[in-house]
Design a protein. Sequence first.
Length: 61
Amino acid sequence: MATHGSLTKAGKVRGQTPKVEGRKIVGTNSKLRNKSNFKKRFILTKLPGQNKASSKRRRRN
């Protein structure tokens, strides 16, 4: 089975690139997330998924 390049060069580029620290992802807490989901679903009655305003359907209960 033929290889694409020698195994001695494996990981060469990754080893040469400088290490960059990632940003810390700060999300909302669960109480705020649940509150916004409740508003979207029940108060604003938004349908899940990608729904255009022109093609609104009734939501099943």
